[in-house]
Ligand binder design. Structure first.
Ligand SMILES: NC(=O)c1ccc[n+]([C@@H]2O[C@H](COP(=O)([O-])OP(=O)(O)OC[C@H]3O[C@@H](n4cnc5c(N)ncnc54)[C@H](OP(=O)(O)O)[C@@H]3O)[C@@H](O)[C@H]2O)c1
Length: 322
């Protein structure tokens, strides 16, 4: 039940405050530094990724870090709340706008971490129905929808492709794509939210990335928790294997956003992450993970794209990686 709650509440949007900053030019490209772009930087995981990338860029990595958000308010919010984040570290681009993406990634980007996602909105009337149901002893589930032109097809597939295409044009060598566990099953609960088929569209975008020829890392995160990172054993697996173990037995279907953010950034630092697609969970009482290269070195195999959902995709014109 807790994983279920984590999944659903995790998809609900957080509040955002902040005032607009004046438009500012991007930092000039430094030929000595690797330019790392983080999209979805205003998101709950995206901002942690941006923060970690910025921290590393002053301590260990010669990186020039750029977060992408879709409006000036989000940009101002990041600049005012992330230590060391300047207006030059954040740019505005709606990922549905391929020209805007090309502009921010040009003239050269070396690595892209994608943390964008469609976000379901709860239908207010359905809350009323749930409350009335409680009074009359009937059980109703809350209902969700997506904002106009922000469905999973538009955000998690089409806009994801925009990002991958812009990355390719900008010479990106490595794309890290943050996705979700559960994509091997057609009847996954998350697909029913707002009838969005969100895992189906996410999986199609990851196949497009894998087929693109760019070095890739696909991370299928388990239910995301807003807890401190660096306190748990991380479990890397493939093909939703943990998903198929009953929750009472596995107790590992969740992972903190902070740990996911660390893995997204570490993926750019270790060759073990190149051309890997895997699921990421965590275990409460295991040995805390500190060696991120070992996490993937120890993982035998890669996610397979050979499930009934993938066969269906082939039929519908979304090619599976070979
Ligand atoms: N929640 C879970 O339990 C769970 C479990 C497994 C995997 N995941 C996946 O993990 C990832 C991170 O999740 P999260 O909850 O941290 O994400 P989130 O807070 O929902 O963030 C989504 C981000 O995408 C951005 N975005 C959406 N449409 C955009 C557009 N058109 N242009 C530019 N940016 C756009 C949002 O920008 P705005 O802030 O402007 O809306 C936001 O920054 C997602 O892919 C999610 O599906 C989640």
């Amino acid at each position: 039940m807790s994983a279920f709650v984590s999944y659903v509440t995790g998809w609900l949007p957080g509040r955002r405050t902040g005032s607009a900053l004046p438009m500012c030019a991007m930092a000039p490209l430094d030929p000595q530094k690797k330019r790392v772009v983080v999209s979805g930087a205003s998101g709950k995981t995206g901002r942690l990724i941006l923060q970690k990338a910025l921290d590393l860029s002053v301590s260990e990595e010669p990186w020039q870090v750029l977060g992408l958000v879709r409006d000036e308010t989000a940009r101002a919010n990041l600049v005012s709340s992330i230590p060391g984040c300047t207006p030059e570290n954040v740019q505005v681009a709606d990922i549905r706008d391929s020209q805007a993406l090309k502009r921010v990634m040009s003239p050269r980007t070396d690595a892209l971490i994608i943390a964008t996602s469609a976000v379901p909105k709860i239908k207010p009337l359905s809350i009323l129905k749930v409350l009335v149901g409680k009074v009359i002893g009937q059980k109703y589930a809350p209902e969700f929808t997506f904002k106009l032109e922000q469905s999973p097809k538009e955000v998690d597939y089409e806009a994801q492709l925009n990002q991958i295409n812009a990355a390719k044009e900008a010479g990106v060598e490595h794309v890290v794509l943050l996705g979700s566990a559960g994509g091997t099953g057609a009847n996954q609960f998350l697909n029913t939210i707002g009838n969005g088929n969100i895992l189906v569209w996410k999986r199609r975008a990851e196949k497009y990335l894998i087929n693109s020829g760019i070095k890739y890392t696909v991370i299928h995160a388990g239910g995301l928790m807003d807890k401190e990172g660096g306190k748990r054993q991380l479990i890397a697996t493939v093909d939703d294997i943990i998903e198929s173990v009953p929750l009472q037995e596995s107790k590992t279907r969740t992972v903190t956003r902070a740990d996911v953010a660390t893995v997204c950034v570490e993926a750019l630092r270790h060759p073990e992450y190149v051309n890997r697609s895997f699921d990421l969970f965590s275990k409460e009482n295991g040995e805390v993970t500190t060696d991120y290269a070992k996490l993937l070195r120890d993982l035998k195999g890669n996610s397979r794209y050979a499930f009934p959902v993938d066969e269906q995709d082939e039929k519908e014109g979304y090619p599976n990686p070979r």
